[in-house]
Ligand binder design. Structure first.
Ligand SMILES: Nc1ncnc2c1ncn2[C@@H]1O[C@H](COP(=O)(O)OP(=O)(O)O)[C@@H](O)[C@H]1O
Ligand SMILES: [Mg+2]
Length: 151
């Protein structure tokens, strides 16, 4: 588990942007942390790093929104998911095992469906109002390398 402290939203955005540059086809980024932790803020900047043009907004009625950058980007927000069956209904496997990048807010809601190979980022509030702590764990060499590059 590696820790990155982001003092100020700019730092979070910089980390996200750099992460967006480092991810590859098929990558899975899992985000957890309370409401207001910064999952969507981080997602937006990852998308920017992936060269998504235009604004990334949280999926509210759907579980997922798709974007096009240098790779397809699939943004999931599972805050309101009531049952994992909703993942089967949208055909989640096409996304998780496809050729885009999945960014999954509230990934802990569907832990059993998360592919073994993933990057897990837990965001915690820091010691000041605008600081956040990222706890990052990659389950493979590829993801571990990404984390090392971000630190
Ligand atoms: N260092 C920081 N990183 C990310 N967000 C921060 C930071 N400091 C303050 N914030 C604020 O925290 C809030 C995070 O909201 P959001 O990204 O929507 O969280 P979540 O998606 O986890 O609910 C935003 O209002 C943002 O401006
Ligand atoms: Mg959010």
């Amino acid at each position: 588990m590696k820790k990155i402290v982001c003092r100020g939203i700019d730092k979070t955005q910089e980390i996200g942007y750099r992460l967006g540059k480092l991810v590859e086809k098929g990558d899975i980024i899992c985000l957890t942390g309370d409401l207001g932790a910064g999952k969507t803020t981080l997602t937006k900047s990852i998308a920017k790093g992936l060269e998504v043009k235009g604004d990334v907004t949280s999926p509210t009625f759907n579980i997922i929104k798709e974007y096009t950058g240098r790779l397809p980007v699939y943004h999931f927000d599972l805050y309101r998911i009531a049952h994992v069956d909703e993942m089967y209904d949208i055909g989640y496997e096409e996304y998780f095992y496809g050729s885009g990048v999945c960014i999954i807010e509230w990934a802990s809601q569907i832990r059993e469906l998360i592919p073994e190979e993933h990057l897990w980022i837990e965001i915690k509030l820091g010691d000041t109002i605008d600081s956040r702590e990222f706890y990052m764990r990659g389950t493979t060499k590829h993801y571990e390398r990404i984390v090392e590059e971000l630190i």
